[in-house]
Design a protein around this ligand. Structure first.
Ligand code: PGA
Length: 229
């Protein structure tokens, strides 16, 4: 199929675990994978020539912002992608917009997370998603953007997304994004994706890939998912 897998490793694994993870994936074809490890481990992934994304960026360019990482610092490394607006970062919508704008100005491809907070009717989901994208992408020009549809209530739930709903929403989003007039838009799904349900999710034409959290921590499960994608 050759679809994209974004591995969002969140705040997991220690240095020894990262070392054995990297050993297991050595010499594998990982051309369709973006690894988003905890920031302190990024240099180890870059050293192996893997494609890397950061899990979040600061809204500020530099200065007194203890614990934050700026877009300038990110783009001075070989990091090409940034997850923006993941629900676990609790960013407000205007903050997400500002961060995407920074990506557009510094040549970083944003992986923008959108999604409704709780399960609801299809029409309401559509309305929420459109409102989110309208604010996030307002006055922004990007050549390439990745949009991850992540229903917040599905993240870490270990439930399987209803594929009828996913089919409907992904077609809706693929149609909707045309109005933002960007050249290259990819659509991902994220929320409890694992080796058992990935095939069905990726069989949906309008889905270009998946954003995987927990299941990406198990390197064997990740390798199985890469085979399917
Ligand atoms: P999950 O996380 O796969 O563990 O549900 C996905 C995400 O938070 O991006």
């Amino acid at each position: 199929m050759n679809k994209l897998i974004v591995a969002n490793m969140k705040m997991n694994l220690n240095k020894q675990e990262i070392d054995s993870y990297l050993k297991e994936i050595e010499n594998k074809d990982l051309s369709n994978v973006i690894f988003c490890p905890t920031s302190i481990y990024i240099p180890y992934f870059l050293k192996k020539n893997l494609t890397v994304g950061i899990q979040n960026i600061s809204r500020f360019i530099n200065g007194s912002h203890t614990g934050q990482i700026s877009i300038k610092q990110i783009s001075s490394l070989k990091i090409k992608y940034a997850i923006i607006g993941h629900s676990e970062t609790k960013n407000e919508i205007d903050e997400i917009h500002d961060k995407v704008k920074l990506c557009s100005e510094h040549n970083i491809i944003p992986i923008i997370c959108i999604g409704e907070k709780e399960d609801t009717k299809l029409e309401i989901k559509e309305k929420i998603l459109e409102e989110q994208l309208d604010i996030i992408l307002k006055d922004i020009k990007l050549d390439k953007v990745i949009i991850a549809y992540e229903p917040v209530w599905m993240i870490g739930s270990n439930k399987n997304i209803d594929t009828f709903t996913l089919h409907h929403i992904s077609n809706f989003l693929k149609n909707l994004v045309k109005k933002y007039k960007m050249n290259d838009i990819m659509l991902l799904y994220g929320g409890s994706v694992n080796r058992l349900n990935i095939k069905e999710i990726l069989s949906i034409d309008s889905i270009d890939g998946v954003l995987v959290g927990n299941a990406s921590l198990d390197v064997y499960q990740l390798l199985e998912m890469i085979e399917v994608a």
